[in-house]
Design a protein around this ligand. Sequence first.
Ligand SMILES: NC(=O)c1ccc[n+]([C@@H]2O[C@H](COP(=O)([O-])OP(=O)(O)OC[C@H]3O[C@@H](n4cnc5c(N)ncnc54)[C@H](O)[C@@H]3O)[C@@H](O)[C@H]2O)c1
Length: 359
Amino acid sequence: METIGVAIIGCGGITLQNHLPGLALCQDVKVTALCDADPATLERARQQTGVQTVSTNYKDIVKRDDVQAIIIATPNFLHPEIALAAIALGKHVLCEKPIALNYTDAKAMADAAEKAGVRHMTAFTYRFVPAMRYLAHLIAKGEMGKPYHYRSCRLQDWGTRNVGWRQIKKLAGTGELGDMLSHRIDFAHHLVGPMKRIVANVKNLTPMRDGAPNDTDDWVAIIADFQSGATGVLESSKLASGRNESWRSLDYVELNGTEGSFEFTTGKWNELQYGKLGGPGMKPIEVPKEFWTWPGSPRDPKVGDPLVSFRYDQAWEFIDAIRNQRPCVPSFFDGARAQAVMDGALRSAELGQWIEMPK
Ligand SMILES: NC(=O)c1ccc[n+]([C@@H]2O[C@H](COP(=O)([O-])OP(=O)(O)OC[C@H]3O[C@@H](n4cnc5c(N)ncnc54)[C@H](O)[C@@H]3O)[C@@H](O)[C@H]2O)c1
C-alpha cells in the first residue's frame, strides 16, 4: 500500500491528545511535517514525534510533495484560510470544529473541496463514541419511532479562568456555542435530521476571565423546530459551578419518540438508557461489541482509556476515506450545516426572533 503523508497544522492540545495517537493507529501513514506558529510548541511536537520537517508558516508545509493530507488544529479563525490553501493544492483536509466563523465560509470550504475532488472531514469527534453510533443505528431501525423531542445539556465548571484564544471573539468566533454546542447541534442533525427554524439566546456572564477580557458567550440555549416536526432544546454552559469538566461533567442527550426514549451520555461510552412506550421507565442497555470501534478501525477497544481512545477512530475514518476515495463522515457539509445553526443562534439572540435555517 502506498504511504499517505499527513501534515499537522497546529500542534497544541487536541493534536497531542487525539490526532497524533489516531494517526499512529493507521497503517501506511506517515506524519511528514508539522506546523505551529509558536516555536516552543513546535519544538515540543518535533521532539515528541521525531518529525524533522517543521515550520511556523503553514504555507511552507501544505505545498510539500510529501504531504497528501493535512489536519488543521489551529484556533478557529484560521481554519478557512488554511483549508482553502490546501484544497487549492489538491490536499485532503481534516479540519477541527467549528470549521469556520460563519456559514458562508464553511459552505465555501465544502464546495471548494468537492470541486477539487479531495476528501474533507469535520472533527465532530463525539460521532465516534460507541454509544452514539449504536443510538444512531437503533433510531435508523425505527426503535424510537417518529421523533417528538431532542434534548441536549452540556454543563461544565470552567469558572472564570482565562481560556486563551477561546475567549477572544475574533480568534474563536463564539465561545460555548462553537466550542461545545457545535457537537450537540451535529448530534441533533445526525439523529433527527435538519432543523427548520431556531430561536436562541447567548450570554456573556464573565466579561473578564482572570484579568483578561472575554467577548464570547459562556452560555447558550437554542429551541429548535426540526423539518420532521420534532422539537429541540439545547443548552450549554461553562459556568455550571461544581460540575467539573470534560467527560466528568454533564453531557446528556435525550430523544423521545412515538415508540420510546433514549438517553446518551459521553461519560458512558458503551451504555444507553432506553424506555419503551408505556413501560416501567428508563433502563440501561449495553452497546454490542460490534459497535465498540468504527467499522474497519484496527483499534483494540480494550487498550487505553475508552473515554479517550474512541477519538482515535476519527483519524482512521479520514485515512480510510482517502484510501478508498469515498466521502468522509462527518464531512465539511456537516460542519457547514452546524455552522448555519450557530450563525442563526447569534442572529436570533441579537434580534430576539425565530430564524429560518437555509434549505
Ligand atoms: N473535536 C474536538 O473534540 C475538539 C477538542 C478540543 C479542541 N478542538 C478544536 O481544535 C482546535 C485547536 O484547539 P486546541 O485545544 O488544540 O488549542 P490549542 O491552543 O491547544 O492549540 C492551537 C495551536 O495552534 C497554534 N497556532 C496558532 N496560530 C497558528 C498558525 N497561524 N499556524 C499554525 N499554528 C498556529 C497555537 O500556537 C497552538 O499551539 C480548535 O479549533 C478547537 O475548537 C476540537
